[in-house]
Design a protein around this ligand. Structure first.
Ligand SMILES: NC(=O)C1=CN([C@@H]2O[C@H](COP(=O)(O)OP(=O)(O)OC[C@H]3O[C@@H](n4cnc5c(N)ncnc54)[C@H](OP(=O)(O)O)[C@@H]3O)[C@@H](O)[C@H]2O)C=CC1
Ligand SMILES: CC(C)(CO)C(=O)C(=O)O
Length: 306
């Protein structure tokens, strides 16, 4: 056992990472749902991956109470629950603990910094994806890189260790010196395609196929690109527009996370997706009326489902 790792949130992504990491590390999967935790305790996590079903047996608990201080805390709750989850897991974080997020959206560091010093925060993206099929049963969809980076210099050389410890469990980790660039590269798709499919409640293919939906998507991309430039990031609007169009066309029946959450009567992560563009725009003094509209509209839709 090399590292003590707490993974908070035993949903799709927490199960994929917690399950795989438990092959070599002492992993504690924490989820507020007693049903999920009991299931994992009895039967482990069943992951459908690479055409087979594998079972992993991390420790599973409903609360961080009584757990030791961790080497790494990996946050995999939906971002609207991040603060609550970290308040409940405060005892997991000691002076040497690294706190890590691969959640969609941007600006998670603003919350993480309330719980750990900046030089112990790891942010990034994952190109893996997954879905919960039932209690303890997860389908691992596509796999790809786990992109990580820090907001400051990695003064203790933790990222190379993290890379090694994750890669021996089957992940492919890339360390980036400008991780915000990577985060925004993914964000452009979520703040345009995902947001518009959520509001319209349509499959991904509808966006490129319908002129009005497409105009709205392009407008969102152009506003987000202006903000990215304001933050000093690189972003080529025409390239991003082309990429988002391809994403829509290549997965005509695909369902985005914002759409799925609204459809399932759940709250969305819009505040850390479109909302993060609005907050960054405020700091740079750039107008983003379409993103402001999206945030209000998605929240209005969430209210309708209750
Ligand atoms: N799914 C995917 O393919 C991808 C997801 N992501 C990101 O990963 C993150 C997690 O997504 P995903 O795994 O799909 O989400 P899920 O909803 O599947 O899993 C989150 C889990 O956390 C639980 N939870 C909620 N609040 C707490 C809390 N305070 N403490 C402990 N557990 C809690 C939830 O319980 P309950 O259901 O009862 O609320 C749920 O079981 C998101 O930020 C998402 O953007 C990134 C890339 C791909
Ligand atoms: C756009 C998509 C489906 C990834 O391609 C996504 O990241 C999301 O909506 O969460």
């Amino acid at each position: 056992m090399d590292m003590k790792i707490a993974v908070i949130g035993a949903g799709a992504m927490g199960s994929i990472y917690g399950g795989h990491l438990s092959q070599k590390h002492e992993v504690y999967l924490i989820d507020t749902s007693p049903a999920i935790v009991e299931h994992i305790q009895k039967e482990g996590i069943r992951l459908q991956e690479n055409g087979e079903e594998n079972v992993y047996q991390p420790n599973a608990v409903t609360s961080a109470e009584g757990l030791p201080v961790m080497d790494l805390v990996l946050l995999f709750v939906k971002s609207l629950y991040s603060r609550d989850a970290l308040v409940s897991g405060k005892n997991l974080i000691g002076k040497d603990t690294y706190l890590m997020t691969l959640q969609n959206g941007s600006g998670h560091e603003d919350i993480l910094e309330e719980f750990a010093p900046t030089d112990h925060i790891i942010i990034g993206t994952t190109e893996d994806n997954g879905a919960v099929l039932g209690p303890g049963l997860i389908r691992r969809g596509g796999t790809g890189n786990t992109n990580v980076g820090m907001l400051t210099e990695d003064s203790h050389g933790f990222l190379p260790r993290l890379k090694e410890e994750f890669e021996c469990c089957g992940f492919s980790v890339k360390i980036h010196s400008n991780i915000q660039q990577l985060i925004w590269n993914k964000l452009f798709t979520n703040v345009s395609l995902s947001a518009v499919t959520g509001i319209l409640q349509v499959d991904m293919g509808y966006i490129a196929a319908n002129d009005h939906a497409w105009n709205m998507t392009v407008r969102l991309i152009r506003e987000a690109v202006a903000v990215a430039h304001g933050l000093g990031l690189e972003a080529d609007a025409e390239e991003i527009i082309e990429k988002v169009k391809k994403t829509s066309e290549m997965s005509p029946n695909g369902c985005t996370s914002i759409r799925a959450d609204i459809q399932n009567g759940r709250k969305t992560e819009v505040d850390m997706i479109s909302g993060s563009v609005v907050r960054a725009a405020g700091k740079c003094g750039i107008p983003v009326p379409t993103h402001e509209f999206v945030v209000e509209m998605v929240h209005a839709l969430e209210g309708k489902q209750r």
